[in-house]
Design a protein around this ligand. Structure first.
Ligand code: ADP
Ligand code: MG
Length: 257
């Protein structure tokens, strides 16, 4: 089998403050395969964001090891791209200038990378809005712009931290559809954190269910029978409910499964 793109081996993370210690992650083991969309669900405060921060190399594990494309996560920071719940677009910059900002910061803004940015804008329906300001776009379009801003840096692995939770339900369905399509079309590997079970089932190839803090993997649920259909079609599929019940029970009543 191919080497996993991301490996977490017995990873532990304890936050220290002068008053307290918080054990956020306790001996977590996880592998992310090339090209897969891996979902992570778990109760609020269980350590989901912490896991993404560890993979991105922002945090150093207090135990265990993390490999990203065969390198230590700290050395692989350029290989991951982070997308957050809030789109973090700067209101005083146009959409295009927001998208080019990361390249500018990495001193990699040039004719070729600008062309790539423009291609992505065109491909994903934002070319006409390139000169608009974020406030002139809908919530769903802003999330698409935020994803393009991440993609333009050509990361191997996308890390998405509850990217849709600030959107209303209708907008969210369309945004999930668009983001799923873009991740597949660009052949990216992605780790997608959410507390929304339906969203995880509709987006992902496998869903990792975490325990309450400190996070360990309770179970990994492959969404294999829905693999080849879009998020909206998955919600309509007969198997959707069974996946939902399974994950819900694992989250709420782990002993009854
Ligand atoms: P989730 O994303 O699943 O809601 P987090 O990973 O943000 O959870 O947080 C996991 C636990 O670690 C929580 O109890 C949170 O309060 C704690 N925590 C997160 N960040 C810090 C920090 N910088 N310092 C201290 N504790 C933190
Ligand atoms: Mg979080």
């Amino acid at each position: 089998m191919e080497q996993p793109v991301v490996t977490l081996r017995d990873v532990c993370l304890t936050y220290h403050s002068p008053e307290t210690e918080t054990v956020a992650i306790d001996r977590l083991n996880l592998e992310v395969q090339q090209g897969e969309l891996l979902g992570i669900v778990g109760p609020s405060g269980c350590g989901k964001t912490t896991i993404l921060s560890l993979i991105s190399g922002i945090l150093t594990p207090t135990g265990g090891e993390i490999l990203v494309c065969g390198k230590d996560a700290q050395q692989a920071r350029m290989l991951t791209g982070y997308m957050l719940q809030k789109d973090e677009l700067f209101e005083w910059r146009t959409i295009r200038d927001n998208i080019l900002l990361g390249l500018q910061i990495r001193r990699n803004r040039n004719a070729q990378t600008e062309r790539y940015a423009d291609e992505l804008l065109a491909k994903y329906g934002l070319a006409e809005f390139a000169k608009f300001y974020p406030s002139q776009l809908s919530g769903g379009m802003r999330q698409r712009a935020a994803l393009i801003r991440t993609l333009v840096l050509s990361p191997q692995i996308l890390l998405l931290d509850e990217p849709f939770s600030a959107l209303d339900f209708q907008t969210r369905l369309a945004a999930v559809e668009a983001v799923h399509r873009i991740i597949r079309a660009e052949n990216k590997t992605a780790v997608f954190v959410t507390h929304d079970i339906s969203e995880a089932i509709s987006m992902c190839d496998r869903v990792v269910v975490l325990s309450p803090r400190p996070s360990t993997v309770r179970e990994i649920v492959p969404i294999d029978t829905l693999a080849d259909i879009t998020p909206l079609a998955r919600r309509e599929a007969p198997d959707f409910g069974a996946y939902f019940d399974k994950i819900w029970k694992l989250l709420e009543h782990p002993t009854e499964k």
